[in-house]
Design a protein around this ligand. Structure first.
Ligand SMILES: [Fe+2]
Length: 372
């Protein structure tokens, strides 16, 4: 069998290590006007960037950015006329920053660029500074914006969305609460595992995925216990980055499809939604990808040759043991909601078609019920 061809995009420059946020300023050189995209919380890191020139901060990014927030960020950029856009935050911020850098001075609208390879170009430099270890958005070429009218996500994918500079500074994640650390770490792992067990899996991406889920197995519990464990925090930032590399050429599968309605309709944070879904999809897929599932189970310390039921139990205990509330009803879901979630998730074919085992609407419904 020949190996499928693959194209991998990575940031032009990647800086990793404690305290490296301060290197953004010297990299920025003679930038006269910079727009920083942030949240009210991550705006507190802006001084540490040591940026030259005039710095404008747009800090209105919520947990799930939607079209209105994106439009507001574009307006802020048009007022700023930036030479440089810097995203400082988690996936929501970084996703908006990459689109703003490409589109603020373009004729294209968000709907013009939805889908793969429709962004015409980008003339503004882009630096991405991650402040969570989960999405890996700083690594990649994809951006997701919620369309509240349709209750789904607009996915834009383009090589023009890649960062000129990405910074992984573990000190920026020290203050993340344990619950956020746990959920975002599981999200990073889910990117790796869903790419690893994917129908479109590729040997090169498999090795990025292995690095990622092994780091999560080694470090996530440590970082949840002690938020300022620099070694554990740095390990998780790398895992998140590797997950981001996996997303570009291979992407996720059923796990993320099933998590999405929990974000768009139930308004759960993305990492939490994925943590709740993760054990169920891992176990569901085991018969289709037994050897790879066994590798994941070993990396997470679950033991060997587990039955589907024991695998589900171990993965559930892993997530719950990190402090994640794994019950959908505890998060406000009601049983009549589950059918709508299942239909919506099943309709996300761009991810569902990647899954190693076919899932019917009833299979998806069964997962929500099991997680209820
Ligand atoms: Fe994710």
């Amino acid at each position: 069998m020949t190996i499928a061809t693959i194209t991998i995009h990575q940031p032009r420059r990647l800086i990793v290590g404690a305290g490296t946020i301060g290197e953004v300023g010297s990299w920025a050189g003679d930038a006269a006007r910079t727009l920083v995209v942030a949240t009210p919380f991550t705006a507190g890191f802006v001084d540490r960037l040591r940026l030259p020139g005039t710095v404008t901060v747009f800090d209105a990014i919520p947990g799930e950015p939607d079209i209105a927030i994106f439009d507001a960020a574009i307006e802020a950029a048009r007022r700023t006329n930036p030479d440089l856009v810097v995203g400082v935050g988690g996936g929501s911020v970084l996703d908006v920053a990459k689109l703003v850098a490409a589109l603020w001075n373009s004729d294209q609208t968000l709907s013009d660029v939805a889908g793969p390879n429709r962004v015409a170009g980008r003339s503004t430099r882009l630096a991405q500074v991650a402040t969570t270890a989960g999405t890996g958005s700083e690594a990649g070429i994809r951006s997701l914006i919620t369309d509240p009218g349709k209750g789904n996500k607009i996915a834009v994918e383009s090589p023009h969305l890649i960062a000129d500079l990405a910074v992984l500074d573990p000190e920026l994640t020290f203050s993340l609460p344990p619950a956020v650390t746990a959920a975002t770490g599981i999200d990073a792992m889910a990117h790796c595992v869903e790419a690893f067990t994917n129908r479109r899996a590729h040997p090169m991406i498999d090795d990025f995925a292995r690095m990622g889920f092994r780091l999560v197995g080694r470090y996530l519990a440590r970082a949840v216990r002690d938020g300022s464990d620099t070694e554990a925090r740095e390990g998780l930032m790398l895992a998140s980055y590797y997950g981001g590399v996996c997303l570009g050429p291979v992407n996720t599968a059923a796990g993320h499809a099933i998590a999405y309605p929990l974000g768009t309709l139930l308004h759960l944070p993305h990492g939490l939604a994925n943590a709740i879904v993760f054990p169920h999809v891992l176990a569901f897929n085991q018969p289709a990808v037994p050897a790879k599932t066994a590798e994941v189970a070993e990396a997470l310390g679950f033991g060997q040759e587990l039955s589907q039921r024991d695998l589900l139990g171990s993965a559930h205990a892993f997530c719950a043991g990190l402090g994640v509330e794994m019950s959908l009803s505890a998060h406000g879901a009601t049983e009549p909601d589950l059918r709508r979630y299942a239909e919506d998730a099943h309709a996300i074919r761009r991810l569902m078609d990647n899954n190693p085992r076919d899932m019917s609407v009833d299979d998806v419904f069964g997962i929500y019920k099991a997680a209820f």
